[in-house]
Design a protein around this ligand. Structure first.
Ligand code: C2E
Ligand code: MG
Ligand code: MG
Ligand code: MG
Length: 291
């Protein structure tokens, strides 16, 4: 076995990595070089408050922009990064890019928290709070500028460690969300004892909301349970306005989805946001006119 130490100091022993396959080695080498050359880029998708239509924040979603090849989506390289022990480096690069973007946006008056996906393995590493602290101070950001999204798996495998990390992040003002809720084995009762702020319902329950009574029951009961625990609930994967309306009626707090926009590169997001704000303002003026 080969032991590797990635960017967060996580030692990875992976007997399944086929070190003999040249193809594999070549791909790993390219990915590692790509990460170091700054080829990982972030796209941003807004999170919309269902009650007001305002933007609450954005989620940062990583892509590998390979020169001469094009933009590779997460499923095209995150599994390889995971097997090769590179997820720590990916996470460091993503957090740094998110903090840099937050600082640039705040300088031009776009004050939206950026949520970053933290993989299970690096989440359980206690260097995450140290890394976060360093980034916030070097970019001059308050903790509220960055949020973390963690899957249930990451939180439940080692609950004591998860609690320590979440508490340290919270002390800096960094809010946290459980991602892809409903796909794991956890129960909300466990989540209650962890310091999280938000639960994101997986899009596999949200997409068929209007067609499938079972998904509708899951979404409805999740919203009620999350609220009973005093947390906020966000739905992923809203593709049509009728689904947004149904979620609003169920009391869901916020939502993301192609209905508003796909994840966009920073500059495209800025134009989208400018237009969205203008339309929202005009709609408010129209309502005022009618009154
Ligand atoms: P996720 O964190 O649950 O992110 C939501 C995914 O749903 C994104 O896919 C987003 O583009 C997609 N999505 C958003 N709205 C809709 C919709 O209305 N319909 C449909 N069909 N899909 C929608 P993406 O960007 O391909 O990312 C996939 C997954 O890859 C993410 O799921 C996350 O688990 C992982 N990922 C993405 N970026 C990062 C990262 O920076 N670090 C880590 N560790 N994982 C990441
Ligand atoms: Mg996410
Ligand atoms: Mg998700
Ligand atoms: Mg998901």
């Amino acid at each position: 076995y080969r032991a590797k130490v990635d960017g967060l100091g996580v030692a990875v022993f992976d007997p399944e990595v086929d070190m003999a396959g040249e193809d594999h080695l070549q791909r790993v080498a390219e990915l590692r070089e790509g990460i170091r050359a700054g080829e990982l880029v972030l796209h941003f998708q807004p999170k919309i408050s269902l009650a007001t239509g305002d933007l609450e924040g954005v989620e940062a979603l990583v892509r590998w922009d390979r020169p001469g090849i094009g933009v590779v989506p997460p499923y095209g390289f995150l599994p390889l990064a995971t097997r090769a022990g590179l997820m720590g480096e990916v996470t460091v690069a993503v957090l740094d890019a998110a903090a840099a973007q937050a600082a640039r946006w705040r300088a031009i008056g776009i004050d939206l928290p950026i949520a970053v996906n933290i993989p299970a393995m690096t989440f359980r590493n206690d260097r995450l709070p140290v890394l976060m602290e360093g980034l916030l101070s070097s970019y001059g950001l308050p903790g509220s500028a960055i949020q973390v999204e963690i899957t249930e798996e990451a939180l439940l495998k080692d609950r004591d460690r998860a609690r320590t990390v979440l508490t340290a992040l919270r002390a800096m003002g960094v809010r946290s969300a459980i991602d892809d809720y409903g796909t794991g084995y956890s129960s909300l009762v466990y989540l209650q004892e962890l310091d999280v702020d938000e639960v994101k319902i997986d899009r596999s329950f949200v997409l068929p909301l209007l067609q499938d009574e079972r998904s509708a029951s899951i979404v409805r009961s999740t919203i009620d349970l999350v609220h009973a625990l005093g947390l906020r609930v966000v739905a992923e994967g809203i593709e049509e306005s009728r689904v947004a309306d149904a979620l609003t009626a169920l009391g869901c707090d916020a939502a993301q989805g192609f209905h508003w926009t796909r994840p966009l590169p920073a500059a495209d997001f800025e134009s989208w946001f400018g237009t969205y704000r203008t339309i929202a303002t005009m709609a408010t003026m129209r309502v005022a006119d009618e009154e």
